[in-house]
Design a protein. Structure first.
Length: 93
């Protein structure tokens, strides 16, 4: 699934744990892959893949508190339709 959220300056320094915006200015919007979810220390989070390389965050991934920075406001996914051969014929949104 794909999602977008508002990026604040404190996100640039994320290294581990569940990110929650606490301080800093709005830098803009950013689209990422949403891969899963979990709970850490009582905080529900989304697991996402970033596009900034493996030296950022948790080897290129991050956890963000559910609902923070608009992360769950624009989530998109699709299912591929298959024909008689079992191969995708078109994407359905």
């Amino acid at each position: 699934m794909e999602t977008a959220f508002e990026v604040y300056s404190d996100f640039m320094n994320y290294q581990s744990g569940v990110y929650q915006h606490t301080t800093g200015t709005l830098e803009g919007g950013h689209a990422v892959k949403m891969l899963g979810w979990g709970t850490e220390s009582g905080v529900d989070y989304w697991l996402c893949a970033n596009s900034w390389g493996t030296s950022w965050g948790i080897s290129g991934f991050f956890k963000i508190k559910q609902g923070d920075c608009g992360i769950d406001q624009a989530v998109y996914g699709c299912t591929a339709k298959t024909g008689a051969t079992g191969k995708p014929t078109k994407a359905e949104f």
